[in-house]
Design a protein around this ligand. Structure first.
Ligand code: NAP
Length: 400
C-alpha cells in the first residue's frame, strides 16, 4: 500500500521534505502516526473545457493533479458525486504512471446512493474501479449531519467501513461534516473515527463545527482535514475595507496567503484542501504551504486576522443566524436563504455559488416578492429582526 511521506526521524511539525529543490511541509495525522502534505488538492472545482462538451477539461485536470504531486502534495480529495461523477474517473487517470504510489486518496460515500449493505459494496467497488486502485486510503461518509448519521447507522455503514478496513479495501474510516457544532460534538464521539473533514477558515470560527469542533477533534486525537479554507475562493479577493488592513500591516502577503497561514497556525489541522483551477494557483499554494507551520503566527498577525474578520462582518446586511424559527413562512418565502444570499454578497461580492442559490430560491417561487407583510416571521424571530423591511431591501439588491 502506498503510504504518506514517512519522514523518519523528523520532528512533530514543520517537517521539510526536499523535492526538486522545493520544501513542502508535511504534518502529523493525529493518532494515525502518519504524515501528509499540509496542502491537499481538492478535485471538486476543475473547470470544463472551452467547448463545453463535458464537465471537466480532462487533460488540464490531469496536468494540474500531476503538477501538485510533483510539487510534493501527497493528499488528494475527491468524492463519488463531484463534477457529475467524473472527478474520480479523471483522478484515476491522473494517478497512472506511478503517481498512485505517491499519494493517499480520500473519497466519499454519498448517503443518497446507498440503502443497504449490498449498495455500499457495489458503490465502493465502482469507486475503486473508477480510481483504478485496489484500496482507498481515507473513506468518508459524505456530508454527515445528525439526520444523515442516523440514516448511515440504520444501513450499517459504520460496520461496513470497519469490515472494509479489515479487508484492506479502505485504510481509514472518516466523515465530512457541514452541520452545527452540537451535532458535530455527538457524531465525532459516536464512533472510532480515523479522520474528520470540516469546513473551516478565519470567517467560520463560529460556524458549523467551528473552532470548538476543531479543538474537540484535536483533544480526541482525530486528525482534521480542512475544506473551504478560502470559502470556495471568496476569501481570495479582499473587499476595499479588508484590503486596507492587509496593506497597512508591515509584512505584505496576499489574502490567500493570510488565509492559509491562519489555518496552518492551528496544530489540529492535518491537511488544508484547496481546489485549484490554474497551474499558477497550485504553484502559489505550494509556495505558501512551504512557509507555514503550527504556532507560526505572531500576536500582531493574529490581531490582524481578528480585525480582518471584523471588517468583513461590518459589511453584514442583516443579523440573521439561520436559526429558521421564522420558518415555514405562510407564503412560502425562503427567509433564511434570501438573507444568507444577501449577507454573502455584501461580505464577499457577487459569487457563483450565491447566484446559483438565489436562482434556486426564485425557481422555487420562494422569493421576497411573495411576502405580504403578515409579520408571523417577526413575531417568531429570536433576534428581533425587521424581516419585512429586510426582505423588501433584498428584493432591490439581489433581483438584478
Ligand atoms: N465533503 C464535502 O462536503 C466538501 C465540501 C466542499 C469541499 N470539499 C472538498 O474540499 C476541497 C477544498 O474546498 P474548496 O475547493 O472549496 O477550497 P477553497 O480553497 O476554499 O476554494 C478553492 C477555490 O479558491 C480559489 N483559489 C485556490 N487557490 C488560489 C490561489 N492561490 N489564488 C487565488 N485563488 C485561489 C480558486 O477559485 P477560482 O476557481 O474561482 O479561481 C479555487 O477554485 C474541494 O475541492 C473538495 O475536494 C468537500
Amino acid at each position: 500500500m502506498p503510504c504518506l511521506s514517512d519522514g523518519a526521524g523528523m520532528t512533530q511539525t514543520d517537517i521539510l521534505h526536499k523535492k526538486g529543490g522545493r520544501n513542502v511541509k508535511y504534518r502529523e495525522f493525529g493518532k494515525l502516526g502518519i504524515r501528509g502534505s499540509a496542502f491537499g488538492l481538492g478535485c471538486m472545482r476543475f473547470n470544463g473545457p472551452a467547448s463545453g462538451d463535458s464537465v471537466i477539461d480532462e487533460n488540464k485536470a490531469i496536468r494540474l493533479i500531476r503538477q501538485a504531486i510533483d510539487g510534493g502534495v501527497t493528499y488528494i480529495d475527491t468524492a463519488y458525486v463531484y463534477l457529475d461523477k467524473t472527478s474520480e474517473i479523471v483522478l484515476g487517470k491522473a494517478l497512472r504512471d506511478g503517481y498512485r504510489e505517491k499519494v493517499t486518496i480520500a473519497t466519499k460515500m454519498p448517503l443518497h446512493a446507498v440503502h443497504s449493505r449490498e449498495d455500499m459494496e457495489k458503490l465502493l467497488e465502482e469507486e475503486l474501479r473508477k480510481l483504478q486502485t485496489d484500496h482507498i486510503d481515507f473513506y468518508l461518509m459524505h456530508g454527515i449531519n445528525r439526520k444523515s448519521w442516523e440514516a448511515f447507522k440504520a444501513i450499517g455503514a459504520p460496520k461496513f467501513f470497519d469490515d472494509m478496513k479489515k479487508a484492506g479495501k479502505i485504510r481509514y474510516k472518516c466523515f465530512s461534516f457541514h452541520g452545527p457544532y452540537d451535532e458535530f460534538e455527538k457524531i465525532v464521539q459516536a464512533s472510532d473515527w480515523d479522520m474528520v473533514q470540516i469546513q473551516y477558515n478565519f470567517m467560520d470560527v463560529n460556524n458549523q463545527a467551528g473552532t470548538k469542533g476543531l479543538e474537540l477533534a484535536g483533544r480526541l486525537g482525530i486528525p482534521v482535514v480542512i475544506m473551504e479554507g478560502l470559502l470556495g475562493g471568496r476569501l481570495s479577493k479582499a473587499p476595499e475595507n479588508v484590503q486596507a488592513l492587509y496593506d497597512a500591516f508591515p509584512v505584505k502577503r496576499s489574502p490567500v496567503e493570510w488565509a492559509f497561514r491562519w489555518l496552518c497556525n492551528h496544530p489540529q489541522v492535518a491537511t488544508v484542501l484547496s481546489g485549484c483551477n490554474e497551474p499558477e494557483q497550485i504553484e502559489e499554494n505550494l509556495r505558501i504551504f512551504d512557509t507555514v507551520a503550527p504556532g507560526i503566527m505572531t500576536e500582531e498577525e493574529l490581531r490582524l486576522m481578528d480585525s480582518v474578520r471584523e471588517a468583513y462582518l461590518s459589511r453584514t446586511k442583516i443579523g440573521c443566524t439561520g436559526c429558521r424559527y421564522c420558518m415555514p413562512c405562510p407564503n412560502g418565502v425562503d427567509i433564511p436563504g434570501i438573507f444568507a444570499t444577501w449577507n454573502d454578497q455584501a461580505l464577499y461580492g457577487t459569487n457563483p455559488r450565491e447566484e446559483w442559490r438565489f436562482k434556486g430560491i426564485l425557481k422555487n417561487n420562494a422569493g421576497a416578492d411573495r411576502c405580504v407583510g403578515c409579520g408571523a416571521c417577526e413575531a417568531a424571530c429570536p433576534q428581533g429582526l425587521g424581516i419585512i423591511e429586510g426582505l423588501q431591501a433584498t428584493w432591490k439588491d439581489l433581483n438584478r
